[in-house]
Design a protein around this ligand. Structure first.
Ligand code: PLP
Length: 390
């Protein structure tokens, strides 16, 4: 990596030049099967013709306007998204962390508008990842990320996942909201039980708190449902939702009910680039494709196929693979080796890209348009690589 870049990343050495579908090609012409999709961002794969057309079309018309003017595609996208879920209003940002900052602000401001300004703390969960801004790092509570950055932003109280009594005892007179990923991504693809989500909803209703879902990694079709929570029957008050939304174009989104957002008014939040015409043109094109029951049913079917094949591979390497977990096309392979070791071996020997996560879990996040043939190829390359590693 060039030493002109801030050394916060340790990228693999190969250099990609272009991509198509689930495939990436290096400058030397080597092809890799990408089952990481830019960490669940390239939801429709590379060079999807509808996304390319939307970007090219908008690129010739208007790139940036600022939110001091109306942006037609931003209004259109917000209307389509609110029609498809619990939310009444949408704020567009540029990243996941920004979407979560907005969610936190909406929750605090709601309590303020309800005459309870003393309520500003948020219950979060061990293993959570909500981003790398000062507040979202504090919400995630991972000591590795927090170390050396001065006083941790106050206002987040962490509980163990699935421990409803711990949550109950954490709720106090200062609590404003509960914030959770319905499926934790970074910490190793950990789906939260539907029962626990229902219990959180009940606690929120009982105590006048808002429920915030961070669907940044698991939303937008990844689980075979447009939104991961739609499978659970539990509805949040606020939700953050970016990653796959722009299919690779940066966009972040925070959605809320009208009631939850009652404290927000002109001036209480903003973003220079949020809802930029290029971003919303592409996100509308992604929405055209993903908000389709046929595509979502295919994601569920392909997720089942991939899971079955991974379970087969796991049975052949019982000392190496501990568990296959996840939902839809958001799967994790828990191994007895570190996930970095598995990811490196898959890349070097199998020419397959995956993403490391916590708890020795290798994340398998192919684009939603992956084919059955590519899924079988992935399983074959995984098996061959593990045979060498073992
Ligand atoms: N929340 C979750 C669940 C995530 O997976 C991520 C990124 O991986 C974020 C928040 C932060 O998103 P960003 O890196 O776009 O700020």
């Amino acid at each position: 990596m060039s030493d002109a870049l801030l050394p916060v990343f340790q990228p693999a050495t190969m250099l990609f030049e272009h991509g198509e579908g689930a495939w990436l090609t290096t400058v030397d012409g080597e092809r890799y099967l990408d089952f990481g999709a830019g960490i669940a961002v390239n939801s429709l794969g590379y060079s999807h013709p509808r996304l390319v057309a939307a970007l090219e079309h908008q690129g010739r018309k208007l790139w940036h306007l600022s939110n001091v003017y109306r942006i037609r595609d931003s209004e259109r996208l917000a209307e389509r998204m609110t029609a498809a879920c619990f939310a009444d209003v949408v704020f567009f940002a540029n990243s996941g962390a920004e979407a979560n900052e907005c969610a936190i602000k909406i929750a605090r401001r709601y309590q303020h508008a309800c005459g309870r300004p003393e309520r500003w703390r948020i219950v979060t969960f061990e293993g959570a990842f909500h981003g790398r801004t000062l507040a979202t790092m504090a919400a995630g509570g991972n000591p590795k990320y927090l170390e050396g950055f001065g006083p941790v932003v106050d206002g987040f109280d962490q509980c163990r996942l699935e421990d409803i009594e711990a949550v109950r005892s954490r709720i106090g007179p200062q609590t404003a909201a509960i914030m959770i990923e319905p499926i934790q991504g970074e910490s190793g693809i950990r789906p939260v039980t539907h029962t626990f989500l229902h219990q959180l909803r009940e606690l929120c209703d009982e105590h006048g708190l808002l429920l915030i879902f961070d669907e940044i990694q698991c939303g937008m079709g990844r689980t075979g449902f447009l939104l991961a929570h739609q499978e659970t029957g539990v509805v949040p008050d606020i939700m953050s939702l970016p990653k796959g939304m722009g299919g690779g174009f940066p966009i972040g989104t925070c959605l809320a009910t009208r009631e939850a957002s009652r404290g927000m008014m002109p001036g209480s939040h903003g973003s220079t680039f949020g809802g930029n015409p290029l971003a919303v043109a592409v996100a509308n094109a992604v929405f055209d494709v993903v908000d389709d029951e046929l595509l979502l049913a295919e994601v569920r079917r392909k997720g089942n196929l991939l899971r079955e094949l991974l379970v087969d591979v796991a049975a052949r390497f019982p000392s190496l693979i501990v568990e296959i977990r996840g939902r839809g096309l958001m799967l994790g392979i828990k191994t007895t080796r570190t996930s970095q070791e598995i990811v490196d071996a898959l890349r070097a020997r199998g020419k397959v890209l995956t993403i490391p996560a916590g708890d020795n879990v290798t994340r398998v996040l192919p684009p939603l348009i992956v084919t059955d043939e590519e899924i079988r190829l992935f399983a074959g390359r995984l098996e061959a690589t593990l045979a060498e590693v073992a």
